[in-house]
Ligand binder design. Structure first.
Ligand code: GLU
Length: 552
């Protein structure tokens, strides 16, 4: 009995040939050097920080080379699928400006000429290629039950032999086609296995773009390619899909590195061009006990990219951070080219860390601070508004009600050589400015920061004299400060710090003590941005109210 007859029996519904598919998916018309790469997640509904980093790299290298970036959904493992899981992934990518050229654009819609982009919609394609392998004696049906496979494993363990279905352990490899047909006709379940021709004692070199040349023993295991329900395993789907979709570069997690010899064997069996591989290290975190571990969705909120959105960390800051962890030379490049953007930076596979990267939230927040400090006040306003709309209705309404006032607040110490950096993310701006809004300030249980001057009469005296005799809304900053100094002198405090340091006993205190009383009465906080600006923005009437509240 011929292989062809066996193949026809195994795949009775296949009516196309591999040649048909090769014609359906022709070579892409792209310029020389264009990188075609993809993001290939399971439809789990969310993107992990590590995957976001690799998606970001994929998008970047495709952009840099006028290539293609596409989204293929790998849903062959039912356990990893959740309802609306594709949409969740798309939303996460969109939140970080990672657009795709082909593949899924919503839960149900796909674009592009190289689809379908959902693996379970590609079963007919896999079966066609599987049939080709059977016809050409490169794969065979295996009828071993899990009990039989267990037996094999036990025997291997006993003999301290390598585990796996290979060589003399690959029992069904040598069945006759007659026997195979008989078993299939009996209805015995089977999987499709590769008939490996590799030699474990020979070496194969994987040329990885990140790690360079790595030697492995050749694959000699007759791996399962198609499960008994007709669904392919990752290895087989990877080879067929990335070939037909004309992927030039496979960027994937390092957990796949050791299976690459198997993938190369499959590419060769089909006579397909082998794509370039870049195996990316893990994004890790230092545990409480100091050891490194993978950033975990279960333990680390920052592992899910939705976290950044919820915290109001600017997308641009996350992108800058991803770039710093993706390419080790980016940070210094960016420091030297502050006016340029990520798009201007040339990505280099060789500058990806082999050992993975340590995720550093503080560093990301620092990038975020710097980024926000360089924005115009109106941009801070717009982005804070957008954030508050989703996460803080109270603040949202205040921002709408007091638009110009809010922009003026955000503008304090902004457009200058060394702008203030107190805004860490859009989610914490309210924490920095709440006292500027009466609706938030007029609480009964307001807590005032500590001050050096504690005598109630003295405090009342300072505030009353200041507001009634010194404060003038039309004063320039110099005039304003001159008056603070006059008040300081008048009340027996030192206006000049040098005088105070030389003869501290001659004074009740110094100018900072006076301004702190004003500051705390006005804002409840001992540290704020420029007091002159705060007073000006709050205005005399509201200042009076706040002082009175404080004195009481
Ligand atoms: N679905 C695979 C994963 O999530 C994709 C690996 C690849 O990019 O080839 O690990």
């Amino acid at each position: 009995m011929t292989n062809k007859e066996l193949a026809d029996l195994m795949y009775p519904n296949v009516n196309k040939t591999v040649e048909d598919y090769e014609k359906l998916y022709p070579k892409r018309d792209l310029k020389q050097g264009a990188i075609v790469t993809r993001f290939a997640p399971s439809p789990t509904g969310f993107v992990h920080m590590g995957s976001l980093c690799s998606a970001f790299i994929g998008r970047k290298v495709a952009n840099d080379t006028d290539g293609i970036y596409y989204l293929r959904i790998e849903d062959t493992d039912q356990k990893r699928s959740v309802e609306n899981g594709i949409q969740g992934i798309i939303d996460d990518l969109n939140n970080f400006d990672i657009n795709i050229d082909e593949g899924f654009v919503s839960q149900t819609e796909e674009i592009g000429n190289y689809g379908p982009y959902l693996q379970t919609n590609r079963l007919e394609i896999y079966h066609t290629y599987a049939k080709y392998l059977v016809e050409n004696d490169m794969a065979y049906p295996c009828f071993c039950s899990s009990e039989e496979l267990d037996e094999i494993r036990k025997e291997q363990e006993k003999k301290k032999d390598r585990l796996g279905y290979y060589g003399k352990y690959a029992k069904d490899r040598n069945l006759t086609n007659e026997k195979r047909v008989e078993l299939i006709k009996e209805g015995k379940p089977y999987v499709l296995r590769l008939k490996s021709t590799g030699d474990f004692n020979k070496k194969i070199v994987v040329n990885d773009l990140v790690r360079g040349k790595i030697e492995f023993p050749e694959n000699d295991i007759d791996h399962v390619l198609i499960k008994s329900d007709g669904v392919p395993v990752y290895h087989f789907a990877h080879v067929v899909d990335d070939h037909l979709m004309k992927t030039t570069h496979v960027l994937r997690g390092e957990e796949w590195l050791s299976s690459t010899p198997l993938h190369i064997e499959l590419f060769k069996k089909f006579n397909f061009d082998i794509p370039k591989y870049a195996h990316l290290g893990l994004v890790m975190k230092v545990d409480e006990n100091g050891s490194r571990r993978k950033l975990s969705k279960r333990k680390d909120p920052e592992a899910a990219v939705s976290y950044y959105h919820e915290q109001g960390i600017p997308v641009e800051a996350v992108k800058l951070y991803l770039m710093t962890i993706a390419n080790s030379n980016f940070e210094s490049w960016y420091d030297a080219n502050k006016d340029k953007s990520i798009d201007d930076f040339k990505f280099d596979f060789k500058k990806i860390s082999e050992s993975g990267t340590l995720f550093d939230l503080d560093k990301l927040l620092n990038i975020s601070r710097n980024y926000i400090s360089r924005l115009k006040a109106s941009e801070v306003y717009n982005q804070t508004l957008e954030y508050a709309k989703e996460y803080d209705q109270e603040f949202y309404h205040l921002l709408i009600k007091y638009k110009d006032y809010s922009i003026a607040i955000f503008n304090i110490e902004r457009e200058q050589k060394k702008p203030r950096k107190d805004y860490e993310r859009f989610g914490n701006i309210k924490d920095e400015v709440w006292y500027m809004y009466d609706e938030l300030f007029d609480m009964d249980n307001l807590k005032y920061d500590w001050m050096k001057i504690t005598d109630r009469n003295e405090i009342a005296n300072i505030l009353n004299i200041y507001i009634n005799e010194y404060y003038d809304e039309t004063d320039s900053k110099d005039e304003w400060f001159e008056k603070i100094k006059q008040l300081t002198n008048r009340l027996g405090y030192a206006a000049n710090m040098k005088d105070y340091k030389e003869n501290p006993d001659d004074f009740k205190g110094n100018v900072t003590d006076i301004s702190t009383v004003i500051r705390v009465a006005l804002t409840s906080k001992a540290q704020t941005p420029d007091l002159y600006m705060l007073l000006k923005l709050i205005g005399k009437e509201r200042i009076l109210k706040r002082f009175n509240k404080f004195i009481k």
